[in-house]
Design a protein around this ligand. Structure first.
Ligand code: SF4
Length: 886
């Protein structure tokens, strides 16, 4: 067998969302990798979404950080680690342990997280370690702790399929947890009586598939669920036996719910009375009810109260811990749950122990045999960066995250890092908006090279396995941490040589002095051997004394720990904010990108769905501000401004707008939404209200607009506005300028590097109309085409991008669209098969396709990962209106 015939198959997990899908990665001898869903993994049973399916496209080493650097110069690991350990030691000596911090990530594996937390809380002696999971689900953690006495998720994915009513609150599940949505929709197809209610200010594609969509006003959720609690009481739908046997605090919670009048609910929620009544009646009549909630609940200044208002309803009806029932927080990140288990948040200790509890502190300290233990909560993410700005934190180590792009007031985060005396960044990407502020850069391994465990939203621990060698000098994060610990004098406590050793210690701590007091207990794995760890199958906790799948914690609805009670929390909903303060800004994910695009931005397939940062606006708001569809928009807030493409849609509530969280300075001149987000935080969880900013909008009046497709990414784009996205054979670039008119040909050529010298070119220049078009062909193949116009450029983007690298005549590119034999596919809907909206519309018109299945049979769209099915359904629903118009 020669080298190219070699193949290896590795079972691992997806690095993106908290669904935690199992993946089989097949590595071929020629270097190619195939990704498919693992049919045996209980999270996905073989399914994957568009992001998981495209993972193989994201594994090339372009822009990888391959070597340690100090002040931009390559150094050895020893030199870099000595600098990190030496500077942290010296800073602590001079200013005390609270002068240093770690900021880590839900992308960490549990083993990385465990070592970071142990080093900071048990040896450095401060709890100044927080994680980007603070931005994702900290309100759920706080709500769980208040209700259950511990951060426990009392449901499993199987419950979604066993439920008769699934309620999604603040969750665009079809885009953000697509495989869970696919599981629900498959069950709904099998059992049409199953109902889906979506509570979301936006009419998302998820809402489009619901039996009932409640377009709630921002932060109206607590009032709605308080109202539901009151309604259930008044209609005799409470489980009094459960309340008496297993709970405390019911009277106060009910009395808080009774403080508001049901008649006032339309005003406090922004919902129609009839819709509220339908929802209440379905919730009253349906025993098997699961309420899924995510960032729309958590990312709020009253997120923790919203979580408890939801849990109150489940406690009052005894609907939890039993098949098809339960409140269910689904996490955004692949290992947010693992981080919670090791105490990765600044206000937690390891293994679900409490930092405020002296006995818990003593338990952890004796287990670690550590010289010290943090005795008070550390700084939560937003406060942490404020403390850097104030000079109180003088050394920070940021690992596997990009806070300059993900935190609100990103300009302040950037200023804080600029002024921080010592910034260390561990990442696998060389150029990020955070990395440019690092004094020391440490090259980390990436997904496919890392090895350890992750825990998904249903408490299921899975192995993330390595199947590629680490490139350059890249090393695992746990290794870098333990090397620094050694250099700071704590070698014995950090003598780890493998992730399995760390996992065993983590499992042992979970069972240490536990005796059934803490639900998080995986001590069955405290003595897991290296081979068993390597072969570990996905398993749910608790895992105390046998390797059995737990399915749901707190069996039969009883509290998770014997002798504990579940607690109601009296919730006082916030008043409706005054109007007239601009638009409410909601931020979130789109279907095909992930976080700050460091991985998904490498994929042409994933970059085709939305190739530019955008703002979704209601038509009335757009018209009021003089903004037109596909025009550019100046968005201002907190004294800052960004520029985005307008997407005018009645899917938005009037007065509300939506901007995706993904774009950074690496992909657009002004797409970083954190720059205009100046929001408050939840008082219990410290989670910022990333769905409740306030902005003003105005048209960006471009003096000129440009569009280009280029084989190579330009090093520099001299335009007031630009956005770049990958295509199969290069890049597509949108541009605009609000002043002056450049020399068009010189400007077009400035976008090229070396290949331009070899290329021939063709031009169309019309000074009267202001249309200037240039095409560049080298060795008979297109290497670039650049278009300028005084108004937004009318060129078929997908057609132009598809011509890159092809044998074309330069003159044929100047028209900006294909001939009749090359119809414009339109904006991409199905990423897997590159099917555009125009092709779907044509299939409706010309082939009589009237269902998602018809479109699948005709075009293939929606038949692979299925992530686009909701958008295909939306296009089909438009058909009668369009047909009448045509
Ligand atoms: Fe990955 Fe998609 Fe599964 Fe989430 S739903 S884990 S992004 S494949």
């Amino acid at each position: 067998m020669d080298g190219t015939q070699f193949t290896s198959r590795t079972r691992t997990t997806c690095p993106y969302c908290g669904v935690g899908c199992g993946i089989i990665a097949t590595r071929h001898g020629d270097g190619l990798v195939n990704i498919e869903g693992d049919p045996n993994h209980p999270a996905n049973y073989g399914r994957l979404c568009s992001k998981g399916s495209a993972l193989a496209e994201t594994m090339f080493l372009d822009d990888r950080l391959l070597h340690p650097e100090i002040d931009g110069a390559r150094v050895s690991w020893d030199t870099a680690l000595d600098r990190v350990a030496g500077t942290f030691t010296e800073t602590i000596r001079k200013y005390g342990p609270d002068s240093v911090a770690f900021y880590v990530s839900g992308q960490f594996l549990t083993e990385d997280y465990y070592v970071a937390n142990k080093l900071m809380k048990g040896f450095i002696g401060t709890a100044n370690i927080d994680t980007n999971s603070r931005l994702c689900m900290a309100s759920s953690v706080a709500g769980h702790n208040r209700a259950f006495g511990e951060d426990v998720v009392p449901a499993s994915y199987e419950d979604l399929e066993l439920a008769d009513l699934v309620v999604l609150v603040g969750s665009n599940l079809a885009w953000c947890h697509p495989v869970l949505f696919q599981r629900i929709m498959a069950e709904k197809e099998r059992r049409p009586g199953m109902r889906l209610v979506v509570i979301d200010p936006r009419r998302t594609v998820t809402a489009g598939a619901a039996d009932l969509h409640l377009p709630i006003a921002p932060d109206g959720d607590a009032a709605l669920f308080n109202g539901l609690l009151r309604h259930l009481d008044e209609t005799g739908n409470l489980d009094r036996d459960y309340i008496a046997a297993h709970t405390a605090g019911f009277d106060a919670a009910l009395s808080a719910a009774q403080a508001s009048d049901l008649a006032g609910l339309p005003a406090s929620t922004g919902l129609d009375r009839a819709d509220i009544e339908t929802f209440f009646s379905w919730a009253g009549d349906t025993q098997k009810l699961v309420t899924i909630y995510s960032q729309g609940v958590n990312q709020s200044s009253c997120g923790t109260d919203k979580v408890n208002a939801i849990i109150n309803v489940h406690l009052a009806t005894g609907r939890l811990g039993r098949p098809g029932m339960g409140p269910f927080s689904v996490t955004g990140q692949p290992n947010a749950m693992g981080g919670r288990e090791v105490g990765g948040l600044a206000n937690q200790l390891a293994a679900h122990m409490r930092i405020e509890d002296a006995a818990d502190r003593e338990t952890v300290q004796s287990f670690w045999k550590s010289p010290v233990i943090a005795d008070k909560p550390g700084l939560k993410a937003v406060d942490l960066f404020d403390a850097i700005a104030a000079g109180r934190i003088k050394a920070i180590w940021i690992m596997a995250t990009n806070p300059v792009d993900s935190l609100p007031r990103s300009w302040a985060v950037e200023d804080a890092l600029k002024n921080c005396p010592f910034v260390v960044v561990s990442d696998n990407v060389r150029h990020t908006d955070t990395a440019r502020h690092a004094h020391v850069l440490l090259p980390a391994t990436a997904w496919s090279e890392k090895d350890g465990t992750v825990t998904n939203s249903e408490r299921r621990i899975s192995r993330q396995r390595s199947f590629m060698p680490a490139p350059g000098d890249a090393r695992h994060d746990w290794w870098a941490l333990k090397e620094v610990a050694h250099r700071m004098g704590w070698g014995e406590a950090f003598d780890f040589t493998s992730p399995s050793e760390i996992y065993r210690e983590h499992a042992a701590l979970s069972g240490f002095r536990n005796d059934g007091k803490r639900a998080f207990d995986i001590s069955w794995h405290a003595r897991i051997g290296d081979i068993a760890y390597e072969q570990m199958k996905p398993v749910q906790w608790p895992l105390r004394d046998k390797a059995a799948d737990a399915i749901r914690s707190g069996q039969d609805g009883a509290p998770f720990v014997a002798g504990r009670l579940n607690h109601f929390v009296a919730v006082a909903p916030p008043g409706r904010p005054a109007t007239g303060t601009g638009l409410v800004l909601n931020t979130g994910r789109i279907r095909d990108h992930w976080h700050t695009m460091t991985r998904t931005g490498k994929s042409a397939t994933l970059s085709a769905h939305y190739a530019e940062p955008f703002i979704a606006l209601h038509p009335a708001d757009a018209a009021g501000a003089g903004i037109t569809e596909a025009g550019l928009v100046r968005v201002s807030g907190g004294g800052e401004e960004i520029v985005l493409r307008a997407l005018v849609t009645d899917r938005q509530r009037p007065g509300n707008c939506f901007v995706p969280m993904h774009w950074t300075d690496q992909y657009a001149s002004g797409g970083r939404v954190g720059r205009v987000l100046d929001c408050s935080v939840d008082p219990f969880s410290g989670q910022p209200a990333l769905k409740n900013g306030h902005v003003a909008v105005a048209p960006f009046k471009g003096a000129w607009y440009g569009f280009a497709v280029l084989a190579a990414r330009p090093e520099r784009i001299d335009a007031g506005y630009w956005a770049v996205a990958r295509t199969a054979a290069g890049w597509r670039i949108e541009m605009a300028g609000d002043a002056g008119t450049p020399d068009w040909q010189t400007f077009a050529e400035s976008l090229f590097g070396e290949p331009r010298k070899e290329a021939g070119w063709t031009a169309y220049e019309d000074h009267a109309s202001g249309q200037f078009r240039y095409a560049y062909v080298s060795a008979g193949r297109l290497i670039g085409a650049v278009y300028f116009s005084p108004s937004p450029v009318g060129v078929s983007r997908s057609w132009a991008a598809a011509q890159l690298g092809q044998e074309v005549l330069g003159t044929s590119m100047l028209a900006g669209r294909g001939g009749l034999d090359q119809p414009d596919p339109g904006p991409t809907v199905c990423a897997c098969f590159s099917i555009g909206a125009n092709q779907i519309r044509a299939a409706q018109k010309e082939h009589g396709c009237r269902s998602v299945e018809d479109i699948g049979a005709c075009l293939g769209a929606g038949t692979n990962c299925g992530s686009c099915k909701s958008e295909i359904r939306a296009l089909i629903e438009e058909w009668p209106t369009r047909e009448a118009a045509e």
